[in-house]
Each structure stands twice: as structure tokens, then as C-alpha cells.
Design a protein. Structure first.
Length: 157
């Protein structure tokens, strides 16, 4: 059985949540059960994931980038999925590659689904800086999401 205890900084009952987590560990220990303890930052939310896609859509609709189509290089707009792969690899400073099954090269990078809330906010800031440097005009949705999820944007507000 898996139990997750979220200790949110803004929860006025966080001390009770901690006590319940400790009691659960004591119960498992007394029952002779093996268990694993993992303390980590909360994972990114579905809302922050939606913010990422709004940001990527703005970039995809406005920025041209070198890439291949049917094996030929061109400078043109790419779809949001392609931008996610490019920007995630750049954000994580990934240089690992593999040969594609049908030829070509595949970048091996991090997965945003594994990002913490903090890391996702940093990624959104990174994407925003990339787009802003290239003259992207941000949609109201992307600007609103950036203000909510990106740390520097929150600090500036």
C-alpha cells in the first residue's frame, strides 16, 4: 500500500500532516513491514503542464528553426512537440544522442513529466527567455501562466 503525505507550506494543518506521516511509519515499523521513505519536492501539476503547452504553442507559431523534413534541412516553423524536445534538451544541457532506427539522430533528454513544480517553473522561465529573445509575442494565456508558475515572474509581481 502506498501512502503519500503532502506537506504544503501554505497548509495551516501541515504539522498534523507530518504527525500522521510519522505515525504511519511507526505503525509500519511495529508491524514488521518493510517500507521506503522518499522526501522530494512536489511534482509539477497538470496546470503547469498546460502552461508549458501554451508557451510552446506561442513559440511554435512564431519562431523558425533549422530542422529536417523528409531528410532535407530547412529553416521553418516546428510544431509544439518538436519545440518541447529541443527546449527540454537545451534546458537540461543534454548532449546524449542515439541513432534513429530508420536513420537520423534522436536526442535523449529529460522528461518534463518528472519535473518538480520548482523545476517546471524554471523551465517555463527558460522557454519564455528563449522566445522573448526571438521576438515572440506572448498570448494572454502564456503570460498569465508564466506569472503563476515561473519563480522570477512571481518574485517580480
Amino acid at each position: 500500500m502506498t501512502r503519500t503525505f503532502l506537506v504544503a507550506h501554505d497548509n495551516p494543518n501541515r504539522a498534523q500532516v507530518c504527525e500522521r506521516a510519522i505515525q504511519h511509519m511507526r505503525d509500519q515499523y511495529r508491524a514488521g513491514q518493510s517500507f521506503e521513505i522518499e522526501v522530494r519536492e512536489p511534482r509539477r501539476s497538470l496546470d503547469s503542464n498546460a502552461a508549458m503547452w501554451a508557451t510552446l504553442a506561442d513559440i511554435a507559431g512564431q519562431v523558425e528553426w533549422p530542422h529536417t523534413v523528409d531528410g532535407a534541412w530547412q529553416i521553418a516553423k516546428m510544431d509544439s512537440d518538436s519545440w518541447k524536445a529541443v527546449l527540454t534538451a537545451a534546458f537540461e544541457a543534454e548532449t546524449r544522442m542515439a541513432q534513429g532506427v530508420g536513420g537520423g539522430t534522436v536526442m535523449l533528454g529529460a522528461r518534463t513529466s518528472k519535473f518538480s513544480k520548482r523545476r517546471m517553473g524554471e523551465f517555463l522561465e527558460f522557454c519564455n527567455a528563449f522566445g522573448s529573445e526571438r521576438g515572440v509575442r506572448w498570448s494572454a494565456k502564456a503570460l498569465e501562466d508564466l506569472a503563476q508558475w515561473a519563480p522570477a515572474a512571481r518574485a517580480a509581481a
